[in-house]
Write a protein that binds this ligand. Structure first.
Ligand SMILES: Cc1cc2nc3c(=O)[nH]c(=O)nc-3n(C[C@H](O)[C@H](O)[C@H](O)COP(=O)(O)O)c2cc1C
Length: 225
């Protein structure tokens, strides 16, 4: 039986916050789901060659072809991304661009339901940090709008700046810890974020999953699975 919801993670970190958040949303949908980690695939960016125009098949012979097929046949997706340099990570962007092959002539992406999970090391809505969550969200939303994908909604996950685990965090002259959290911040004061430790994480994931479920089943009263 076909997968109803495709979960995609752009995070290359093994078992990352992004991965676990996407999986939690998938699990709470109670639907048939599949999780794909983009860094485990052979995936090149779109070449813009337009070789896909006639048959909606990408000319690049890599895992993007089977990924596009999985995307095409799923009713909904949950895209998990993170925010290096305060914008969408490269793999998530590549994923979006590779789905371009499905677009031509009949708009095969149109009518699909899309949800997103954005993991950012910058605490959201802070005044002295760049708006990473908002930037990545707007990138995904504008892709969805262009493709006719119906937006379900999204979820924010607060993750870790890599400097937390590089081994030089407190001594490093260019540490992202101080950049994001202020000159007095240390690894110990910031701590390692596990998204499950956020008291709202489970509820947020459930809420998003329920929206996905309702969208896929076409029934606003569909009970949680
Ligand atoms: C090269 C690089 C640059 C990053 N720059 C930022 C940044 O500018 N802003 C930010 O919020 N997070 C930044 N991050 C942190 C990621 O958003 C963070 O690793 C994210 O929480 C991923 O979490 P996860 O791997 O646990 O899913 C950066 C990460 C990398 C690898």
């Amino acid at each position: 039986m076909e997968v109803q919801v495709l979960g995609v993670s752009g995070s290359p970190v093994p078992d990352s916050n992004t991965d676990r958040a996407v999986k939690l949303v998938l699990n709470h949908t109670g639907l048939r789901t599949r999780f794909v980690k983009l860094s485990e695939l052979r995936l090149e960016p779109c070449r813009g060659c337009l070789g896909c125009v006639e048959n909606n098949q990408c000319t690049v012979d890599d895992d993007g072809r089977s990924l596009a097929e999985a995307f095409r046949t799923a009713s909904a997706f949950v895209l998990g991304a993170f925010t290096p340099y305060n914008s969408l990570d490269a793999r998530s962007k590549m994923f979006m661009e590779r789905m371009y092959c499905l677009r031509h002539q009949t708009g095969r992406n149109s009518g699909k339901f899309g949800a997103y999970v954005i993991t950012t090391a910058c605490p959201p809505y802070g005044s002295n940090v760049p708006p990473a969550f908002e930037t990545a969200t707007s990138q995904i939303r504008s892709w969805m709008a262009e493709e006719g994908i119906l937006e379900i909604g999204g979820m924010l996950v607060v993750g870790n700046v890599p400097c937390i685990r590089c081994g030089h965090g407190d001594a490093c002259m260019v540490s992202g810890i101080k950049l994001i959290h202020g000159s007095e911040a240390t690894i110990a004061s910031v701590g390692i974020q596990r998204f499950e430790d956020d008291p709202l994480a489970e509820d947020n994931a459930k809420q998003l999953a329920l929206q996905v479920r309702r969208a896929v089943l076409g029934n606003l009263d569909a009970p949680a699975g």
